[in-house]
Write a protein that binds this ligand. Structure first.
Ligand code: NAP
Ligand code: FE
Length: 364
């Protein structure tokens, strides 16, 4: 057996985690740039908690609060120039995956002033200034992954920045998720679930990523039931945040696979939220496997009998209603076929026709 395991983020998990563990930030410097979304962090308490912590530690801060969903390189450039002009020592991302991923990219852009939207993907490996991550959704696990997924308008798609930016510190406080609307709760939870599944079934999975994935499936066994019955208790919020973090640690080792790669087009062109874009494809993706050994193991841990029962759970959690033509499916499949990294993560041979079939059967 052989594996590489890397997860260097210092994680503080639990309610009030910023206030209780704020001293961890003193080693990162004296001035910070907070990168956040347009409004939710002002409502759920996370931004205020961070500001109070920074003020009590005498750490200066500047705020950039204009990160859109699926952050673009244009937005990242704007935030980075604010941080560079302000001479900040580190970046704090607060929000869902979009602000967290933006914060990671901003930290790379600040450290490397020669980098811009046109040369970032051809620049080789780059360093970043430190990042602190405060997730306010339970879905992406971005607080414990090295990835930053950005929208590249020039290429009409989303893709990984291609740099390794693990946050130095992550504060996970599920109270920020207590009042997330039901639809966002579901789409983000489905994202976390698909991370666990895609990691578990990836050709790049390791015994370590499998431990995390199986731990996540155990949590989802009860979470699915609570989510369907809309029992959105504090305990449920804590469990889903933990499952999301486990999914992040798992994909940090293995990466994601077909559903994530195929879902980017559904988000870019059909405006489907990230989690649903993967979630709508997952059952057909699972059905496409010839060797179902690990899928059976996963279903056992989830307490789900078969893929039809899993489909039934998904149908009760969300509906996707988008119109997509055969021509679009063929274009999406051809475009996905160029994503060598995601294709390599799939342990079986897969053709463009297989990809088209997964899209077609999932969206019919
Ligand atoms: P998001 O795009 O960050 O946010 C979606 C919406 O949720 C926004 O309207 C946001 O509002 C709102 N929101 C966030 N926290 C909230 C809260 N506590 N209460 C109420 N509303 C809240 O959603 P996400 O699903 O977390 O992130 C998706 C992004 O992460 C995608 O770009 C995806 O590609 C990426 N991703 C990254 C990784 C990784 O490893 N790095 C993994 C998977 C996905 P505001 O805009 O006002 O904040
Ligand atoms: Fe994801």
């Amino acid at each position: 057996m052989q594996f590489k395991y890397l997860m260097p983020t210092e994680v503080y998990y639990g309610r009030e985690s910023i206030d209780k563990n704020k001293n961890a930030m003193t080693k990162l410097g004296k001035k910070s740039l907070i990168v956040t979304g347009k409004s939710s962090s002002k409502r759920n308490g996370s931004l205020n908690h961070m500001i109070s912590a920074l003020e009590s530690l005498n750490i200066e801060y500047i705020i950039f609060d204009d990160v859109e969903e699926n952050p673009s390189l244009e937005t990242i450039e704007k935030a980075a120039s604010l941080g560079r002009d302000g001479n900040v020592d580190f970046v704090i991302g607060i929000g869902g995956g979009s602000p967290l991923d933006a914060a990671k990219a901003v930290a790379v852009f600040i450290k490397n002033p020669q980098i811009n939207r046109d040369n970032i993907f051809t620049s080789g490996k780059l360093e970043s200034i430190p990042v602190v991550a405060v997730p306010t959704t339970s879905g992406t696990g971005s607080e414990v992954t090295p990835y930053s997924i950005v929208t590249v308008h020039k290429e009409e798609t989303k893709k990984n920045l291609g740099q390794v930016v693990f946050p130095a510190i992550a504060f996970l406080d599920s109270s920020y998720t207590d009042n997330i609307p039901y639809n966002i709760t579901i789409s983000t939870a489905i994202d976390a679930f698909t991370h666990l599944v895609e990691s578990y079934l990836s050709s790049k999975s390791t015994i370590m990523s499998d431990f995390y994935a199986e731990g996540g499936f155990k949590l989802f066994k009860t979470c699915f039931k609570n989510l369907i019955e809309k029992e959105l208790t504090e305990e449920l919020r804590e469990k889903v945040m933990l499952a999301s973090m486990l999914g992040g640690i798992a994909i940090a080792q293995s990466g994601t696979s077909l559903p994530h790669g195929m879902g980017y087009a559904l988000t870019y062109y059909n405006k489907l939220p990230h989690g649903l874009a993967n979630g709508v494809l997952i059952v057909e993706y699972l059905k496409s496997f010839k060797n179902k050994d690990k899928i059976i193991k996963m279903l056992n841990i989830l307490g789900v009998e078969d893929l039809d029962q899993l489909k039934d759970i998904f149908d009760r959690l969300f509906q996707v209603d988008i119109k997509i033509s055969d021509k679009q499916i063929s274009e999406y499949a051809i475009s996905f076929g160029k994503n060598k990294d995601k294709l390599e993560s799939h342990p079986e041979e897969v053709s463009i026709e297989d990809i088209e079939r997964i899209y077609r059967n999932s969206l019919k």
